[in-house]
Ligand binder design. Sequence first.
Ligand code: SAM
Length: 281
Amino acid sequence: MKRFDEILHNGYSQSFEVTKVLFHEKTEHQDLVIFDTPIYGRVMALDNIVQVTTRDEYVYHEMLTHVPVLAKGDVTDVLIIGGGDGGILREALRHKSIERATMVELDRSVVDLSLEYLPEISNGAFDDPRTDLVIADGVKFVAETDKRFDVIIVDSTDPIGPGEVLFTESFYADCHRCLKDGGVLVTQNGVPFYQGDEVTNTYQRMGKSFVDNGFYTAVVPTYVGGMMALGWGTDDGEMRNVDVETLNQRFQAASLTTRYYTPEVHKAAFALPQFIIDLCI
Ligand code: SAM
């Protein structure tokens, strides 16, 4: 393979020069390829859609983790749905307040191959005694578990294939049930410029269960099309309004070193461009 072309949107694709293919097979659930590139380092794609690159992974993993954890404060129990590469798990476990990180990943191969070919993404997080890795369908787990969580992070593939069930009204309702009072759900919700219907669908479906639901944004270069939407759902309508001073105190207390997240970026991320606001109907 000399190039990897991702065709996620009709009539448009992004193309990577490939210097080496390290793995390419169909797992029990999806087609998995891992390859090296001159510009984005090592890349993993599932069903031909870029999932993670060693060059820009920090943006997404920091924003999908530190925004809910620092907005909520005093987080002890986190549930991660998906996230097989371990990046979210790594960022979550940097918070000393977290006593248990339950990760429910459908495809064991993604974990195993990420550990083999992309170990720096999880950076030992799977071996942390606080980690509880469950290989299962996330939709089944939240429907059946009697555990409760302060934060639920859905780090899923897009709503095609195995990830589709993680964008449904019933899934969000079950996530709501699994949250402790005042807990918060955040989700990977695509790039609104191309996937506007994902914003509208999530807004309507999450709105059935949560008092305050909406989005915040981050710019991930390999999730092409401008800013990416991250879903937000909580019954604590004030959580999104935590002031920068409080976020700074929590950020300093957690002694996090980041490359994208700052308390100011956190606050700004909730200021949505009009075209995204218009999709929330
Ligand atoms: N950061 C990426 C993104 O924004 O698209 C997601 C990366 S992570 C590798 C996505 C993970 O979701 C994969 O490991 C995949 O196996 C997992 N996944 C997909 N459907 C799932 C389901 N129904 N339950 C649990 N995990 C699922």
